[in-house]
Design a protein around this ligand. Structure first.
Ligand SMILES: *Cc1c(COP(=O)(O)O)cnc(C)c1O
Length: 294
């Protein structure tokens, strides 16, 4: 199993078409850390994993859907740390597992499928109520997840930027970035899952931040894992220009939004923008070969 490599992270400048010369854009490539413990999931899991070690947990249990980057990241982290992991998965067990769940199982995760109703209530099946288990909320949402995510900004000279931009699902990473951001900075969260509770969810985890939070709701393409043929060809085009691969659930929508907002002059002259590439590339495994050029 491939080790985790924070040294592989780079900061890549990008130029969007029609962007003003007075706006600079850097991409923090967290996608390079590891193929499965991708990007922000490593940071969000960090303090949960430390808790698991401290309590000598026999097992870590968490929740997710069939395409959950959080679930496969947890499976990989458990494998690296030799801690048993269990995923409680939304819905009936399908005849064929999604690539994400197949990978999670290969990494040693025990998968339990529960009904959508029970999943909503985060019911832990009786046979999983075992002693010594640490339970991580869905998506790593929580104070510990935000604390880990706040460390993302220690990888860059953060004072150089006026905007920090990220894809947002639960808002945990957004909150972590807000907690680490400086007062003159704005965190722009692109709501990619059409999560109506995004801003409130993020604000619940924000502590003492004087940075500004702006949630943008115009780029979810219909909601979680929804996409258009246009988005897919945009991903290929973006890769051709920048050699930066994106995933269709999170980061393609983030970069698409950035390009569009730059074109529409959302960012004033002199803006220095940092975009967090939060990984998630494994999700593209659900596409037929040849759909993407990377
Ligand atoms: C999970 C995930 C996010 C969203 O993180 P939240 O903390 O839930 O908002 C963004 N990008 C990628 C690639 C992810 O896997």
């Amino acid at each position: 199993m491939q080790a985790l490599n924070e040294k592989a992270i780079t900061i890549d400048p990008v130029i969007f078409p029609l962007a003003s010369e007075n706006i600079t854009i850097d991409v923090l490539r967290l996608d390079k850390i590891h193929p499965f413990i991708s990007g922000n999931k490593w940071f969000k899991l960090k303090y949960y994993l430390e808790e698991a070690k401290a309590m000598k947990a026999r097992e870590i249990i968490s929740f997710g859907g069939a395409w959950s980057n959080h679930i496969v990241a947890l499976a990989a982290a458990g494998k690296l740390l030799s801690i048993k992991t269990t995923g409680i998965i939304r819905g009936e067990r399908p005849e064929e597992l999604s690539p994400t769940l197949r990978e999670s199982a290969t990494l040693g995760m025990e998968l339990h499928f529960i009904s959508r109703g029970d999943f909503k209530l985060k019911k832990i099946p009786e046979d999983l109520q075992r002693p010594g288990a640490l339970i991580i909320p869905e998506g790593g949402y929580g104070i510990k997840g935000a604390a880990g995510a706040s460390e993302i900004l220690s990888l860059v000279a953060k004072e150089n930027y006026t905007y920090i931009c990220c894809a947002a699902g639960t808002g945990t990473m957004t909150a972590g970035l807000m907690n680490a951001a400086l007062p003159h900075q704005s965190v722009i969260a692109i709501n990619v899952l059409k999560n109506e509770g995004l801003e409130e969810g993020a604000r619940t985890l924000i502590e003492n931040s004087s940075a500004s939070l702006v949630c943008i709701h115009d780029y979810h393409f219909g909601g979680y894992a929804k996409y258009t043929a246009g988005l897919i060809s945009w991903m290929n085009e973006f890769y051709r220009h920048t050699l930066i691969p994106t995933d269709f659930i999170y980061t393609a929508k983030l970069f698409f939004a950035m390009e569009d907002m730059v074109r529409k002059k959302f960012f004033s002259e002199g803006s220095r923008i940092l975009i967090i590439h939060s990984g998630g590339l494994q999700g593209n495994a659900s596409f037929e070969k040849g759909t993407l050029i990377f």
